[in-house]
Design a binder for this molecule. Structure first.
Ligand code: ATP
Length: 364
């Protein structure tokens, strides 16, 4: 278990800056996900933690020890990549045993730990099989086991599930979380898949274009995104984001939603924060999960344009052009394309962003 501290970390490749001044503390025993779209600098950050790349500026410390110049093999990190790196000429048993033998453990201890790890990862029935004969799913599970078995203080995983099939990915999400709970390693997990980050991580570091956007628990980044990027990126679908203008009215401070053809009042707290902030041009945001259907005439009348039924959830698209809202309901919703529905928002569901800067308007 180790605390990892990234301090003013910058990485340049020639004239291109892949990572811009990143400051992040990954706590002892924490499961931190680095989440963001392709090319945002996740792997670059991970490679610097592992010791495969050197920072252009700033430093990385493990429990206060500066890692600058410390080789990968001396950092006490286990690393699993998207492409499993295992010895295909060896059996499953020998792959698991390899790291323990290299470290000089007694054969009985090697055997005990190999069997325990195989049991944990459901590899016991295939211990004697040659690895070359295994499916991609099992190979990736073996790769995780091979790194985890030496119980590194820090476990780094870079998109380890992107090559495995969807059903197996769901199983592995649970197993990886169990693995981390069992060994209490500090875990850093790179992914562009928010479902993986939301389900496994204690905290998520959301990145975009080489810039750390927000660090928080899954619920914090979902409920209170710090800017428009996080609001749109987190959630499936992301937050509804509608341009609006703040104006005083006899209902207090309202947001004129322009193309939507409606002005909506703000809760007292949000109105006070917005007044203190002093901007007028805003983006009004609300989660699709916070949309409710109102009685005829009570909410905003919108045509149902598209319905996606995804198992337990139904995503309904209302309106078109500049007048669009997405909503998520449970699967027994009785609406059909073409009909008009009345859309309203649960109390407390609204968020405001400064349109010019993109940052959230919220209290201290
Ligand atoms: P992905 O999931 O696609 O790998 P990522 O968020 O992990 O995305 P990085 O691999 O960290 O992104 O890359 C960040 C940026 O740095 C990209 O634009 C990439 O092209 C660039 N980059 C990464 N490694 C190098 C390198 N060795 N030389 C030049 N540019 C690089």
């Amino acid at each position: 278990m180790t605390t990892i501290h990234l301090e003013n970390l910058v990485k340049r490749f020639g004239a291109f800056t892949a990572l811009k001044t990143m400051d992040l503390e990954i706590r002892n025993g924490e499961f931190m996900a680095l989440l963001g779209p392709s090319g945002c600098g996740k792997s670059t950050t991970m490679n610097m933690i592992a010791g495969m790349e050197s920072p252009s500026e700033g430093r990385i410390t493990f429990d206060g020890r500066d890692m600058n110049g410390v080789a990968m093999g001396k950092r006490g990190v286990g690393f699993v990549f998207q492409n499993y790196a295992i010895f295909t000429h060896m059996s499953v048993y020998d792959n698991l045993a390899y790291g323990l033998k290299v470290r000089g453990l007694a054969p009985t201890e090697v055997d005990r730990r190999v069997k325990a790890m195989a049991d944990f990862l459901q590899l016991s029935p295939m211990l004697e099989k040659p690895s070359a004969k295994l499916s991609v799913n099992i190979l990736q599970r073996l790769a995780i086991g091979r790194s985890a078995i030496v119980e590194p203080a820090i476990f780094l995983l870079d998109e380890p599930l992107s090559n495995v099939d969807a059903a197996f990915r769901a199983v592995m999400r649970t197993e990886l979380k169990h693995l981390q709970r069992e060994f209490r390693q500090t875990m850093v997990y790179v992914t562009h898949d928010q479902l993986e980050a939301m389900t496994m991580a204690d905290r998520i570091a959301v990145m975009d274009h080489g810039v750390l956007q927000q660090v928080g628990t899954p619920l914090e980044v979902y409920n209170d995104p710090v800017n428009l990027f996080v609001a749109g990126f987190i959630g499936s679908p992301g937050m509804n984001l509608i341009d609006g203008t703040l104006a005083e009215s006899d209902r207090g401070l309202v947001v004129d939603l322009g193309a939507m053809g409606v002005s909506v009042p703000l809760d007292a707290d949000l109105a006070a924060t917005a007044r203190a902030h002093g901007v007028q041009e805003v983006v009004y945001g609300f989660r699709p999960e916070r949309v409710v259907l109102a009685q005829a005439g009570a909410g905003l009348a919108m045509p149902v344009t598209f319905i996606e039924r995804i198992g337990a959830r139904t995503v309904v698209h209302f309106g078109d052009g500049d007048r669009r809202v997405k909503a998520v309901f449970d699967n027994n919703l009785a609406v059909s394309v073409g009909e008009t529905a009345y859309v309203a928002l649960e109390p407390g569901g609204a968020r405001l962003f400064d349109r010019a800067s993109g940052t959230a308007i919220r209290g201290a």
